[in-house]
Ligand binder design. Structure first.
Ligand code: IPE
Ligand code: IPE
Ligand code: MG
Length: 232
């Protein structure tokens, strides 16, 4: 378990929605803008999607912000995306207004491969602490996240604790064992891929692939995704 994420009461919402927020670059390029403008628009849209999500039966919203594979992008783009995560984790007032707890999953900061700079680490820690008292939706941001890395870490930790390798022991060592199974996985911008996101948690998820690029993903799209989940 990421030591950063506090335990708290489960949220009232029923569903776990996971979003692979793809297509920021193409959104910008199609408007003749630099890719960085697309990332900025994507971060702003996430704030909108959070506002829509809290008005629906969503208990957990988990978003893919940056993958373990994304570090190979051009330096200036990576730097811009890092700054946007500082901004995202800085939206504490807004999150508190919406009773949202923000959390993080990704490679542990003290691990051998971790690359998250200190200022982003600080923003993540502070946002988690400053929204921990909320009781509504749990917004989990996957940053420096990879599903394979998470599973390898879980198996290693279970072994180190002398546990047999079982589904339960693996699950108890995931980055956040309190994350429930994903009900619906969304991927925007027309790519039909899972790209190493929540491999364990989305084993039984419905999948909503949409051509809409992430900066244009709206409440109507969210409803279309939720509609794929079977009734309880
Ligand atoms: C998703 O948008 C954001 C991140 C991966 C950080 P992209 O930057 O992948 O946008 P496209 O796929 O190039 O359009
Ligand atoms: C997936 O998007 C990761 C995030 C949205 C953060 P990418 O655009 O990096 O994925 P691939 O490599 O094209 O599958
Ligand atoms: Mg992409």
């Amino acid at each position: 378990m990421s030591p950063l994420n506090p335990l708290g009461p489960p949220p009232p919402g029923r569903l776990h929605v996971a979003c692979i927020m793809d297509g920021n670059g193409r959104w910008a390029e199609s408007r003749g803008l630099p890719r960085t403008a697309g990332h900025t628009a994507g971060e702003e849209n996430l704030a909108e999607v959070v506002r829509a999500a809290v008005q629906r039966d969503i208990g957990w919203l988990t978003v893919f912000g940056f993958s373990t594979e994304n570090w190979i992008r051009p330096r200036p783009e990576v730097r811009h995306i890092l700054g946007l995560h500082e901004r995202l984790f800085g939206r504490v007032t807004e999150l508190n207004e919406n009773n949202v707890r923000i959390r993080w999953i990704g490679r542990p900061f003290d691990g051998p491969d971790a690359r998250t700079p200190k200022y982003v680490q600080r923003a993540i820690r502070k946002a988690i602490a400053d929204t921990a008292h909320n009781t509504g939706m749990v917004l989990t941001v996957a940053f420096d996240y990879g599903g394979r890395a998470e599973l390898m870490g879980a198996v290693r930790s279970a072994r180190a604790a002398g546990q047999r390798i079982t589904p339960a022991s693996i699950e108890s060592h995931l980055h956040d064992p309190t994350l429930p199974p994903v009900d619906v996985m969304v991927r925007t911008s027309g790519e039909i891929r899972v790209s190493n996101f929540l491999l364990w948690q989305s084993a039984g998820a419905a999948i909503h692939f949409t051509d809409t690029p992430w900066p244009d993903f709206d409440a109507a799209e969210l409803d279309a995704a939720i509609a794929l989940v079977p009734a309880p």
